[in-house]
Design a protein. Structure first.
Length: 427
């Protein structure tokens, strides 16, 4: 490999090991590589700007703001009430409430840390009161957070759609079956563990209580129907859907549930702008890095190396999943997706994978990385909320991690799990 290739691979990893923040490690490696290749630094600026010049990426700030508005506006608490009335009477019911709430909230935010923060801040103390250990409650909150990455609308699916030039609507649909199955499996874990340790069941909600929760939460329940139904029905694009979500969140938060006051809007907008700035900064710098990797033909060399290990498709797919899991545990998932985009597309093409199937494989791997030491964002959020150490929470996450690995094997080796719904609805 050339000197520039070594800087982009070994040099980049060395900076990460030194503890340099990932976006700066990407930027430093890119600048040095441009200098070694004697490419005008103006090209670097052009690639950074070009990385954000895509219409579908406009959905990211929209969904971030919509999620913040709906969370602050009281929609998330109404969703939790509905989930509580549905399953609280079953063994492990309160854990199942956390899972269902996360699945509902995932339809509003598309963010793993946001889902963990919203659900965990409410459910961890409540579960502890009901006899669950803080470790289990925290591990569950951290594990269900990444459902926000899988169940649409999903920010990583938007980014992959831009990279792979695939339909974002199809990619959203490809995450529905894995996300729902993952949630059901989590609820089964809650049931088994609650039975084993003898957690007392809560009283069954009466039908009247359930109907009251549904009535009070009707505006929260209809939000995913409007946003996702509009996308899948061809009424508006994912980018337009994000704007609809913002408008809906404003109206519901200000005038229906009244969880937001007009004086709160400036702080909410500022918080969303900060989150968006971080995300777009990572995307733009990683785009320049990814362009350099393609320029140096690094993806082709890595694909050739992987194929040389084995010609067996199953072995290569297992290696791919293992590699993505490790990368997801130490890198920001959006940056990793953009940096490795060319490599993953080439490898997927070599293996004959549909890009729509490849998307969930990548997204779920990186979603698991969000809950895995040492750098899982959701893990840090769970630790901050619960006060437990990352190591303590990680010990309680083993059953949920095994569920995630099982889901990865399903989406990797059973194409139906990710392709059936997109092909049925979009064709």
């Amino acid at each position: 490999m050339s000197e520039a290739s070594w800087v982009l691979t070994a040099g980049f990893l060395f900076l990460l090991l030194l503890g340099v923040p990932i976006v700066f490690a990407i930027g430093i490696s890119s600048v040095v590589a441009f200098w070694l290749l004697n490419i005008d630094v103006v090209v670097l600026a052009q690639r950074v700007i070009a990385g954000t010049q895509s219409f579908p990426l406009l959905a990211i700030p929209g969904f971030i703001l919509a999620g913040d508005l709906m969370s602050a506006g009281g929609l998330s608490s109404k969703l939790m009430q509905v989930a509580d009335r549905m399953v609280r009477h079953i063994s492990g019911g309160l854990g199942m409430v956390s899972v269902l709430s996360s699945m509902f909230f995932a339809c509003l935010t598309g963010s793993a840390p946001a889902t963990t923060a919203t659900v965990g801040s409410i459910m961890i103390p409540e579960m502890e009161k009901r006899g669950y250990t803080k470790r289990f409650a925290s591990a569950l909150a951290v594990s269900v957070g990444p459902l926000g990455q899988i169940i649409p609308p999903s920010i990583p699916f938007i980014v992959w759609g831009v990279i792979a030039e695939q339909s974002i609507t199809k990619l959203f649909l490809s995450g529905v079956v894995p996300g729902v199955l993952d949630g059901i499996a989590y609820m089964c874990v809650c049931y088994i563990l609650a039975k084993r340790v003898g957690i007392a069941r809560m009283p069954r909600a009466t039908f009247r209580e359930f109907l009251r929760a549904v009535y009070e939460g009707k505006w929260a329940l209809v939000a995913p129907v409007i946003i996702l139904g509009g996308i899948y029905g061809g009424i508006f694009t994912p980018t337009e859907a994000s704007v609809v979500g913002v408008a809906y969140g404003l109206v519901a938060g200000l005038f229906i549930y009244r969880g937001i006051k007009f004086q709160d809007l400036a702080a909410l907008f500022l918080r969303s702008m900060r989150t968006t700035a971080v995300v777009m900064f990572i995307i733009s710098v990683a785009s320049a890095f990814g362009w350099l990797l393609a320029y140096e033909q690094v993806p082709d060399k890595i694909v050739s190396m992987l194929v040389s290990v084995s010609e067996n498709k199953i072995v290569i797919l297992l290696l791919l999943n293992l590699t993505l899991l490790v990368i997801g545990a130490v890198m920001d998932n959006l940056a990793a997706m953009i940096i490795l985009g060319g490599l993953l597309m080439k490898l997927g093409s070599h293996l004959g994978l549909d890009p729509i199937q490849l998307g969930p494989i990548i997204v779920i791997n990186f979603a698991v990385g969000m809950e895995t030491p040492p750098l899982g964002y959701s893990l840090f959020v769970g630790s901050a909320i619960s006060g437990l150490s990352i190591e303590e929470i990680a010990k309680g996450m083993l059953p949920f991690f095994l569920v995630d690995v099982g889901m990865l094997m399903l989406v990797t080796f059973v194409p139906w799990a990710t392709l059936w719904l997109p092909n049925l609805i979009v064709g």
